[in-house]
Design a protein around this ligand. Sequence first.
Ligand SMILES: Cc1cc2nc3c(=O)[nH]c(=O)nc-3n(C[C@H](O)[C@H](O)[C@H](O)COP(=O)(O)O)c2cc1C
Length: 192
Amino acid sequence: MESTFLNLEKLCKSRSSCRRFKPGNIPESAIEKIITIAKLSPYAGGRKNWDILAITDKTLKQSMANAIEEKIESATRDMDKAEAAMFRDYGKNFLFFTQAPVLLVPYFRISPVMQALLRQNVTNELLQWERDNSVKSISCVSMLVLLAAESLGLGACYMTGPLIAKEEIGKILALPPGKEPGAIIPVGYPDK
Ligand SMILES: Cc1cc2nc3c(=O)[nH]c(=O)nc-3n(C[C@H](O)[C@H](O)[C@H](O)COP(=O)(O)O)c2cc1C
């Protein structure tokens, strides 16, 4: 028991967000292993309400980055010069994922039960509560992804900044209607 705790402690202590990746692919088996662990995550409303995509295509990654840059630019339109510069600087943290060989993108849907209820009795409060449940659930999934990556000697970073362009990203990744990306997690060998 004690050694299980010590192993977990070691893993958690060695993990940190990775934002620089070595070029070159990582084995497909490593991605499969990470996804196997992620699928063990607790999830509000049941496991059928989320899934995870593995993206390696460079064009897709670049299209996502372009959409995010456009969103950042449009968000600065109503800001004064100093605020706009600050926001653009902040936004740089939303773009480095293009350098990673793989992006894991957990995505969710509002559960069918809730969809039915919402159709009958739509309130913003109820919808927000359900969305919050999904977003919190994706956080649990993402934490397992980070720890699984670390356990395999891979670096990763949990990113929600890119979701400033979540609708555009959903379209670029051809997510079916009603499904929403919950995070972008670049994964690769860390370039320290
Ligand atoms: C919900 C959430 C969203 C995050 N989004 C981003 C992001 O968009 N870009 C980024 O560079 N880091 C992002 N991070 C990583 C945090 O900056 C990082 O976890 C924090 O600074 C602590 O550092 P550590 O992960 O190395 O321990 C995010 C972390 C969390 C929990």
